[in-house]
Write a protein that binds this ligand. Structure first.
Ligand SMILES: [Zn+2]
Ligand SMILES: [Zn+2]
Length: 337
């Protein structure tokens, strides 16, 4: 049903792409991250709760249709529906049904609780195309960690000494998750990167409860913060704006990469690390693949070699997504269908 072309995963029967690059007619978009929602499509389809984020990223003028989760809609003869991926607000898995066969493309997903997005839903299918960002067994994390409390206690400890807490996090998804995790603990405002302001408003428009926020852009250069929380991409620490921290700050990084022992080097220079990931860890990748009941599995992204081998070891028909480029044309039934 899907083949891999230069622009991305393509469905010939329905004449649309999933998360394509470049100029295409129709793009079914799993979520608003920039490696999935890209300029160039004449028309976009995405879950309704993600429409604001995709517009914030690609421009108000794009032609886009939002659909509720589980709502079936046709593209040509193919019946499509979106199902929550638990990754960021409005993130989806795409279910395709055509001639009695069901495929699901996972997009990015996670199984951990997250107060800022719709929880992941397992979707039974014949063929499952899964992401594998953390597709090696080195990546697993404590599912019962109280991340909100950990973050709050770190901020509190620093605040008591007048030290600013700088949490480095991506402007879409991670930033809002941190604000949502902290909301039950305090109503103090956090400072956020200017690039995160419009995206954060999209979450509020969907009635997601977040800490109050103040844009770093609203501060003049002579401001000196004390005991505040700043959530910003790591580039903030090497920008001119860093002067507002004075010399009293601690930095931390929020990422799933924290969990992989050998990649610790990339966090050198940070005072603290929080294992907060937007993706499934190894155990959840394997669990999710099994839950779909898929007869065939294709693995996208990094580390796919390890996951493909592991799934084959479990007796599954697993492949790298590169194999989709070689899928033979569908055999036509003699009796028409
Ligand atoms: Zn993503
Ligand atoms: Zn991605």
């Amino acid at each position: 049903m899907l083949i891999l072309r230069k622009q991305g995963l393509y469905c010939e029967a329905g004449d649309f792409y999933i998360d394509p690059t470049g100029a295409v007619e129709r793009a079914v978009v799993t979520h608003a991250h920039s490696d999935h929602a890209r300029r160039g499509a004449k028309k976009y389809f995405t879950p309704r709760s993600g429409v604001g984020l995709v517009r914030a990223r690609l421009g108000a003028n794009i032609q886009i249709e939002g659909r509720e989760f589980s709502e079936k809609f046709p593209l040509g003869p193919v019946s499509i529906s979106f199902h929550p991926a638990g990754h960021i607000l409005g993130s989806s898995q795409v279910r395709l049904e055509y001639r009695g066969e069901i495929w699901v493309v996972s997009g990015d997903y996670k199984r951990d609780p997250d107060p800022t997005c719709e929880p992941f839903e397992s979707v039974p299918c014949d063929v499952f195309v899964t992401e594998a960002t953390f597709g090696t067994p080195a990546y697993h994390w404590n599912k019962s960690a109280d991340l909100g409390r950990e973050l709050f206690e770190w901020w509190e400890k620093n605040r008591a000494q007048g030290i600013n807490s700088v949490l480095c996090a991506y402007s879409l998804g991670k930033t809002q998750r941190v604000l949502g995790l902290l909301a039950p603990f305090t109503s103090r405002a956090a400072y956020i990167d200017p690039a995160a302001v419009a995206l954060t408003e999209c979450y509020r428009a969907e009635e997601i409860s977040l800490l109050p926020t103040i844009s770093l852009a609203s501060l003049d250069a002579n401001t000196r913060l004390s005991g505040e929380l700043i959530v910003a991409p790591s580039s903030f620490l090497s920008s001119e704006r860093v002067g507002i921290l004075g010399d009293r700050y601690e930095s931390a990084f929020a990422s799933g990469w924290m969990a992989g022992g050998q990649s610790f080097g990339r966090f050198a220079g940070y005072d603290r690390g929080f294992t907060i990931s937007d993706h499934a860890d190894w155990d959840d990748l394997v669990r999710t693949v099994r839950e779909t009941g898929a007869k065939r599995v294709y693995v996208q992204h990094r580390g796919k070699g390890a996951l493909v081998r592991h799934l084959r070891g479990l007796g599954m028909d697993a492949h790298s997504d590169a194999e989709l480029a070689k899928e033979p044309p569908r055999q036509m039934s003699l009796f028409g269908a």
